[in-house]
Design a protein around this ligand. Structure first.
Ligand code: CA2
Length: 148
């Protein structure tokens, strides 16, 4: 059974409450419930974690080394700034999908730089909150082909 973790970074706990025009109406709880449903239907052992604290995200990434075989991360604003998250992901020896709700390349210039992209197996951005299910599907396919 594939063990996949989805990590969400700072402010993503506010989804569906503010800036709805940018990030949509769906709350993080809704997204998590959709992902859990997809996981059950697709025989995935899914873990979910959100934190506003950089160090807590680093700790989860470190733990993923032994506990999971695929990691999906929307690091929020830390995508553009965190060397600590970059370094933790670099040590990880499992596939990584970098995920963003918005297309970071048609937004402010400071969002065009990602410290995660170089370490990612694949990147998904701009598909709204549906991107979470798309990323799970992509990880499932990737793990299936990798294990062949
Ligand atoms: O598009 C994405 O998923 C982002 O990772 C979201 C981050 C942003 O800093 C990245 O550049 C792109 C911000 C998440 C903030 O989410 C909020 C949700 C509701 C209200 C306010 C912020």
């Amino acid at each position: 059974m594939n063990k996949i973790i989805i990590l969400n970074g700072p402010n993503l706990n506010l989804l569906g409450e503010r800036e709805k025009e940018k990030y949509g109406n769906i709350t993080l709880k809704d997204i998590e419930n959709n992902c859990k449903k997809f996981a059950i239907e697709n025989n995935i052992d899914l873990s979910l974690f959100q934190s506003n604290i950089e160090g807590e995200l680093v700790e989860e990434i470190q733990k993923a080394r032994i506990k999971h075989n695929g990691l999906i991360i929307n690091a929020g604003a830390y995508t553009h700034t965190s060397v600590a998250i970059h370094d933790a992901l670099k040590i990880l020896e499992i596939p990584i999908i970098e995920l963003h709700i918005t297309n970071i390349y048609n937004r402010e210039e400071f969002r065009h730089k990602s410290l995660i992209s170089k370490l990612a197996t694949g990147i998904l951005c701009g598909f709204g909150t549906n991107g979470y299910i798309m990323a799970l599907q992509a990880m499932k396919n990737y793990l299936k082909n990798e294990n062949r």
